[in-house]
Design a protein around this ligand. Sequence first.
Ligand code: SF4
Ligand code: SF4
Length: 282
Amino acid sequence: MAYEFEPKIIGIICNWCTYAGADLAGVSRYQYTTNIRLIRVMCSGRVDPAFILRAFSIGIDGVFIGGCWPGECHYAPEGNYHAFGMTQLYKKLMAEIGLNPERLRLEWVSASEGVRFAAIMNDFYKKLKTVGPIGESEGIDGDELKARIEKVAKLIPYIKLEQSQKLAAASFTKEGEIAKKAEYDKIFTSEEIHRLIYEAPSYYIDPEKCQACGICLRKCPAGAIEGGKNLIHVIDQDKCIKCGTCLQVCPTRFSAVKKLVAEPVPAPIPEEARAIARKAES
Ligand code: SF4
Ligand code: SF4
């Protein structure tokens, strides 16, 4: 018997509106796909891009995010606007790494819209049936898919920092939603998206210049800098979120931190060679 593709779908939905809408669909016995598993969060603004990328990396074919209609979020500042901006951005990032952006879908569903919830679920299911299995239908094998997703996942903190001001752009209404989409399209141009992934900076401490003052270690928000008294400081690239704080705080008389763009980061100096030679002593 021929194998028939059945999409695996995850829905991450807000407690106040979409979850209540899903509940209404259930008690009203509206029929919708059983291929979706729902996860309740308090607000669609709580949906971190890491959740989405994790789902795709383990083979989920589609991720649905449900929130309250614009203007009806239970929190301030509105989490659903944040979810909207994040979704727009990550659809483009998905396209950039070769994933079909239709695998990610955001909808507003109120507590009274049980029928609409069921209709959206069925529509998303049908769409994913035509889109096909993740990776396979894009011509990307499993390991390559994971590697591409991992590359974006590692950049999430940096992307958040880079885009936070843009994501916090002016509020919008139900009526203004279309205009808002156009606004977001202008913000996230394809060049910007490409730069976000492929030209993300790295920060590096020049062992010849570091004088172990410890300022960068104390100020780093990610705990990414290793060091100690009289020891050359080193950045752990896996922990670094590329915020640039170390570059800003390193005293200009040392200027030991370098920002590297589109060039490899030199290997860290071995631990046994980190003892510092003070300028005055030398
Ligand atoms: S850029 Fe510097 S301060 Fe920021 S996380 Fe990386 S090491 Fe820490
Ligand atoms: S602030 Fe500059 S000199 Fe001080 S420990 Fe960090 S890299 Fe070295």
